[in-house]
Write a protein that binds this ligand. Structure first.
Ligand SMILES: Cc1ncc(COP(=O)(O)O)c(C=O)c1O
Length: 425
């Protein structure tokens, strides 16, 4: 377990955040490249004893510069849509480094993946296997496929991000997969090479992940007995991070929990981490734009950022630590930290004990690197926020700014209202 911590992560370094807010404005996402590289290395080191491939789940954050950063760190890619395949290619991945996952894939997306020749399409149903085969035959090619198995394992995560129960829409029931492979995977155009399991996200107990790996190995062996050449087991993503500072399993502990199942098996493993690579590396920086207190009631701090930039609290009731980047002296008092949108769910935190705030103060919402900017919307015609990368290895004098010994650069400028409207006729 990582130790509990009230200390701020390096990315919440106040002087550089103040400098970024002053120059770029808020809301702005700020990521720390060093934290992402360290997390990637932890996966690679943890799994070093077994053949493996770490496919970064672009869905967590597909901002090009971060995807490139993970590619140059050694990652491969897990894409969940045609758009994410395109981002992966533009970030420099070759098709053989991309697995294509997704509970529903359009005909165009299947054509894209089939004609590119991706490393594997993770297929969700017998019908999808048939459609992939038809496209492959039409394009005179063969496609590597891995059927997604629903192992009926409770990830013990939030119901909205648990995917491995038979009541969920994902994959095919474990008990049916052997027959499905026999019936559908031997047809022309298909090369069945893998099994895919992903039981959920923000998983903070390793036992479901161990059990899923064990079930994948058992099933893989049965399929090999049937003469189906399973080569890899894609164990999905799912490792959680600590949003409140309490201990969670480390990446090394995660690796140690899945390795026993696969060690000695004939299978290489693929994993698809997203959150554990980028989640803790990002903060969302905001400005207090209003303060009010009901007579004898709650004290509200309204930010210039809301569920449009970071949807997780509104979507899942997710908790994020919130800290003033330059705390004022004074006693801690309770605040309702809210966004500016006309939605009662647009709340980042209730009853947060913070030093006194004033309009204009900057707050950092921590651990916002995953499922933050990737889920941002333009509701209320709010342009998408800017994004900045802190990276000591960026020596490009033309793009990098420096402050307090830290180099940073804008990796996505704030969308303009003209850009937001540019598709409308
Ligand atoms: C199929 C699949 N793979 C990988 C991931 C990444 O999960 P996480 O960000 O929890 O590691 C997800 C997210 O839910 C997913 O659905």
């Amino acid at each position: 377990m990582s130790s509990p911590s009230s200390a701020l992560p390096a990315v919440a370094n106040a002087p550089v955040l103040s400098a970024i807010a002053a120059e770029i404005g808020t809301p702005v996402y700020v990521y720390d490249a060093a934290l992402i590289r360290t997390a990637y290395r932890a996966f690679a080191d943890g799994l070093a004893s077994h053949p493996h491939a770490i496919h970064y789940a672009l869905k967590a954050n597909s901002t090009l510069a971060l995807v490139r950063l993970l590619r140059t760190s050694g990652a491969q890619a897990d894409a969940n849509s045609g758009g994410e395949i395109e981002v992966a290619l533009r970030a420099g991945f070759i098709p053989e480094q991309i697995v294509f996952t997704g509970v529903g894939k359009t005909a165009d997306e299947l054509d894209q993946a089939v004609s590119l020749g991706v490393k594997a399409i993770n297929a969700e149903s017998p019908g999808e296997l048939d459609r992939i085969a038809a496209r492959a035959v039409a394009l005179s090619t063969t496609v590597r496929v891995a059927l997604r198995v629903n192992p009926d394992i409770d990830a013990k995560s939030h119901p909205h991000i648990s995917t491995g129960l038979k009541t969920n829409k994902f994959g095919m029931p474990l008990a049916e997969v052997r027959q499905l492979y026999r019936d559908h995977a031997r047809q022309p155009g298909l090369e069945p090479v893998g099994l895919h399991i992903h039981v959920g996200s923000q998983i903070t107990s390793l036992e479901p992940l161990t059990r899923a790996a064990e079930r994948a190995v058992d099933l893989g062996r049965q399929l090999r007995d049937d003469g189906i050449g399973i080569e890899h087991l894609d164990l999905g993503g799912g490792l959680g991070i600590s949003y409140d500072g309490s201990p969670v399993p480390t990446i090394a502990e995660y690796a140690a929990a899945i390795l026993p199942a696969v060690t000695g098996s004939p299978f290489s493993i693929v994993i698809e981490p997203g959150r554990a690579l980028v989640g803790a590396a990002g903060v969302l920086l905001a400005t207090v734009i209003d303060l009010k207190q009901y007579e004898g009631g709650l004290r509200f701090a309204v930010l210039d950022t809301g569920m449009t930039e970071l949807m997780r609290p509104a979507l899942y009731g997710a908790y994020h630590r919130i800290v003033p980047i330059e705390p004022r002296p004074g006693d801690l008092v309770p605040y309702e930290i809210v966004g500016p949108l006309c939605e009662s769910s647009d709340i980042f935190g209730r009853n947060r004990m913070l030093p006194p705030l004033e309009v204009g103060d900057r707050l950092a919402i921590l651990d916002a690197g995953a499922y933050g900017s990737a889920m941002a919307s333009t509701y209320n015609r709010r342009p998408l926020p800017a994004e900045v990368l802190l990276d000591a290895h960026n020596h490009d004098a033309t793009t990098a700014r420096r402050h307090d010994g830290k180099a940073w650069r804008v990796i996505r400028r704030r969308q303009t209202i003209d850009e937001l409207l540019s598709t409308e006729l």
